[in-house]
Design a protein around this ligand. Structure first.
Ligand code: F6P
Length: 320
């Protein structure tokens, strides 16, 4: 393996730059040429490809976003797009690719591997929505950002004796809501994975109020099944307490990556380079129990991900 490429795809995540840095520097260290592909699969189709040197990835380890930019490519989702992407890579003499992205980007990696390209997928997304890794790059930073917001919102909510519904990202995976809910001491967290009862949420809020609690925090994942504004109105009507929405949105995707995200990014990306160097078949790379492991790409994508019910139940116990 002489020439490899690297791209970031889907929603950006803090730590993606740390992963790019590790691919470039570990690749060069292994005697390879490393090519950066801009704007994910979209830029690949347009041939936006440039050779990268060690110095191109200096001073980015601590930065959020991605220096390669990212995109969601509709063109690449079609078979012709995937064939064209493989042809572009062949034209540049790129034999292997590191894809840094979430579930959708990894599925794109599998499509590309079926066109004869070796693809190593590194889990970069704040969503924590892959089954083959305990955590994804960016998740830890995003949850810490949410927790920072929860603390600030708690101050003002206590002052005004309000309930606040904080909407966090997660269309299909509620891990940001789950982890922030438990670590942030919320009354409850609404997840896409689990049905909920607004009456039960209101019961918890009133229970807290009756024992002198000044504020109540509800965390609503964007894909929970109820819009935040609607939930706010229902809670206000049923509890008689002033209730406000806060939608954290893209705030969650920015910021300097935490130590955990930098290490996860660096270690999984280094593993991706090692696998390309050894001419291994396409893989999904993850961290399980602290170990960096590589799984067959197709098999990894077939495994269903489940949420941690114990953590979910604990939120209710602690809110009593
Ligand atoms: O995949 C990461 C993510 O931030 C999701 O949590 C969110 O649902 C989605 O991206 C938002 O996508 P976009 O950047 O296209 O608005």
């Amino acid at each position: 393996m002489k020439r490899i490429g690297v791209l970031t795809s889907g929603g950006d995540a803090p730590g993606m730059n740390a992963a790019i840095r590790a691919v470039v520097r570990c690749g060069i260290d292994n005697g390879m040429e490393v090519y950066g592909i801009r704007r994910g699969y979209e830029g690949l189709l347009d041939g936006e490809i440039e050779k990268m040197e060690r110095s191109d990835v200096g001073d980015i380890l601590h930065r959020g976003g991605t220096i390669l930019q990212t995109a969601r490519s509709e063109r690449f989702q079609k078979k012709e797009g995937q064939k064209r992407a493989a042809t572009v890579l062949e034209t540049f003499g790129i034999e292997g690719l590191v894809v840094i992205g979430g579930d959708g980007s990894t599925r794109g990696g599998l499509d590309l591997s079926r066109q004869g390209i070796k693809v190593m997928c590194v889990p970069g997304t704040i969503d924590n929505d892959v089954a083959y890794s305990d955590f994804t790059i960016g998740f830890d930073t995003a949850v810490n950002t949410v927790l920072d917001a929860v603390s600030k919102i708690r101050d003002t909510s206590s002052a005004h004796e309000r309930t606040v519904v904080i909407e966090v990202m997660g269309r299909h995976c509620g891990d940001i809501a789950l982890y922030a809910g438990l670590a942030g001491g919320a009354e409850c967290a609404l997840l896409p994975e689990e049905p909920f009862d607004v009456n039960e949420i209101c019961r918890r809020i009133l229970e807290g109020t009756n024992r002198g609690k000044l504020h109540s925090i509800v965390i609503n994942a964007e894909g929970s099944g109820i819009a935040t504004d609607k939930l706010v109105k229902e809670i206000e009507a049923k509890t008689g307490r002033e209730t406000r929405p806060v939608i954290l949105s893209y705030l969650q995707r920015g910021g300097t990556p935490t130590m955990r995200d930098r290490l996860l990014a660096t270690r999984t990306a280094a593993k991706a380079v090692e696998l390309l160097r050894d001419d291994e078949d396409s893989k999904a790379i993850g961290e399980i129990g602290g170990q960096i492991l590589a799984f067959d790409l197709e098999a990894a994508l077939k495994v269903e991900r489940d949420f941690d019910r114990e953590m979910y139940d604990l939120i209710g116990v602690l809110a009593k």
